[in-house]
Design a protein around this ligand. Structure first.
Ligand SMILES: [Zn+2]
Length: 146
């Protein structure tokens, strides 16, 4: 993959030799300036917080429970890492973030490629069309049709 995925937290390109880490909504709540949800190893593993108040009977205010976990199962930042994997695997799995974080050309190509499973291709095309409609006003800036 020629296009570099940029970390949602530190903004640095993630080396192809490193895994990409997918972060959940609790990360986005805590770090509202995050651009996307795919992070480098150092940001994902090196960021620490506690999900629970001292005593462990309550979550901190505003806490967004990690999906699929029963109550009070979230412990710290690692509870909110959805998974990790290769660049290709992670941008295909999280195309919305991939598009925003530098894998746009790769994903557009993958959506059209022969041999890609139809369900996956549909999913990628849907993500691309969302992306296109969310960025359209920016692209059309200065071009008035009215
Ligand atoms: Zn980073």
């Amino acid at each position: 993959m020629e296009h570099t995925v940029v970390c949602c937290e530190c903004g640095k390109p993630i080396p192809l030799s490193q895994d990409i880490y997918a972060l959940d909504g609790e990360w986005q709540r805590r770090f509202p300036s995050m651009n996307g949800t795919l992070a480098c190893h150092d940001c994902a593993v090196g960021t620490q917080w506690s999900c629970q108040r001292p005593g462990g009977s309550e979550y901190v205010d505003g806490h967004i429970a990690a999906s699929g976990r029963s109550q009070m199962q979230d412990f710290d930042s690692w509870s909110h890492i959805l998974g990790n994997g290769t660049h290709r695997a992670m941008v295909i799995k999280y195309p919305g973030a991939g598009l925003r974080q530098g894998a746009e050309e790769y994903l557009r190509d993958a959506a059209q490629r022969r041999g890609v499973a139809p369900a996956l291709a549909r999913e990628l095309r849907a993500a691309i069309s969302d992306w296109d409609s969310s960025t359209a006003p920016v692209r059309l800036n200065g071009v008035s049709h009215s």
